[in-house]
Ligand binder design. Structure first.
Ligand code: GLA
Length: 384
């Protein structure tokens, strides 16, 4: 049921909140989170802004995606996933909060986002976390951040159908200005590390490719990694998932796994090592090592995990010619979206110019550079 009835109900008896929820980058550590691994993400200053206002009705929710000019309405007593897309993230969050015992009543909401969609910057996690935090504030639910993060993740599993890990929601909620976080997805232990990059900066290059099968391919990779674990458990009965197996042990049993599953496991296990090494490199201001690890991560995602695509591979290859770019890798779920690059500050303009031209010649497509600044996690901006 869709209706443009925003603002039609009594607002006098009500409260209102405004929340900002950011997108995220990930320095290194992709496709590790759902195997209890390590990741090194940060929130960015590109945010989604959510406005929520009680509308005085017991059950009617009116949503508006302002950027799309689309609305969607439903009753809190009777809703289910729709083929429209964006309302599912919000209904999923409501559903998960209700399961936690939250009493939510009718409200009107609208949101707008500066996070590019389909770029792999987790605009969807921002939508989930933005609504989770806003509902928490509007109805004084008193849920802690961890519960909101996990409810947001489950919303994506159950209402959207992507069996994502916890990284995106965690980064969107817990980000801190100028800091990356090393998150242990096993127990959600995390540390902040200053992202001080000296003469270098992070730059995203958006391939503008969005793969329509990205979500199903993502779920397939997750299943393959779980299948790999089942093989490994025959050799090492005590392991719970790929986090439990060191690289040398995995290499010892290479022949016991089907080749494809071995490569999937090899990516996850080696990527976990790279995250830990990258954290050291960052702390030691050893940007050359950090960059090398980024390149290794890309190769592993490309060849072992097979979640890259020709456009992303091309963009990474382009950077290898330039000593002023220390590292480059695809970022996030893959099959399109962005590369993340560690690039000398004073060379950004001319290098982007050249890569953009080559990209256009090769694929006939526009390349969009995105300068990112590391910002804070989701916040209530206003409450009345
Ligand atoms: C998507 C998922 C995350 C994570 C990344 C890959 O962004 O939402 O949980 O698995 O892909 O690292």
């Amino acid at each position: 049921m869709s209706s443009p009835v925003l603002g039609s109900l009594n607002r006098k008896a009500s409260g209102a909140v405004i929340v900002h929820a950011p997108g995220r980058i990930n320095l290194i550590g992709d496709h590790t989170d759902y195997q209890d691994g390590f990741v090194l993400p940060a929130a960015v200053e590109h945010v989604l802004e959510v406005h929520l206002q009680k509308n005085g009705s017991p059950n009617l929710v009116n949503l508006k995606a302002s950027d799309l000019g689309e609305t969607y309405s439903f009753e809190l007593t009777d809703y289910s996933a729709t083929d429209k897309g964006w309302p599912n993230y919000i209904m999923g969050v409501i559903y998960e909060l209700q399961k936690l015992g939250a009493t939510i009543q009718g409200f009107d909401a609208h949101f707008t986002s500066a996070i590019p969609m389909g770029a792999g910057m987790s605009s969807s996690a921002a939508l989930e976390c933005g609504f989770a935090l806003a509902l928490n504030a509007l109805y004084d639910l008193d849920l802690d951040h961890e519960s909101l993060i996990q409810a947001s993740q489950r919303a994506e599993h159950h209402f959207v159908g992507t069996k994502c890990g916890i990284m995106d929601q965690f980064a969107s909620m817990m980000g801190k200005k100028d800091q990356v976080m090393r998150l242990d997805c096993r127990n959600l232990d995390f540390d902040y590390f200053p992202c001080a990059l000296g003469d270098y900066q992070l730059l995203l290059l958006n391939s503008n490719v969005t793969h329509s099968l990205a979500s199903s391919a993502y779920n397939t990779r997750r299943e393959e990694s779980e299948e790999g674990v089942r093989y490994l458990q025959k050799e090492f009965p005590r392991i719970k998932n790929l986090r439990d197996i060191p690289l040398d042990q995995l290499l010892q049993v290479k022949e016991k796994l089907p080749e494809r599953l071995f490569r999937r496991c090899h990516h996850v296990v080696s990527e976990n090592q790279r995250v830990l090494m990258a954290t050291h490199a960052l702390l030691n201001q050893d940007f050359v090592t950090l960059g090398r690890l980024m390149y290794q991560s890309h190769r592993s995602l490309q060849e072992d995990y097979e979640v890259s695509c020709p456009e992303l591979d091309f963009l990474v290859e382009q950077t290898r010619k330039h000593a002023d770019i220390l590292g480059s890798r695809m970022m996030g779920g893959g099959f399109g979206g962005c590369t993340i690059n560690l690039i000398a500050k004073d060379r950004v303009e001319d290098l982007v110019h050249e890569i953009r031209k080559n990209y256009q010649n090769q694929f006939g497509m526009e390349l969009s550079p995105i300068a990112v600044t590391i910002g804070n996690g989701a916040q209530v901006i206003d409450k009345s």
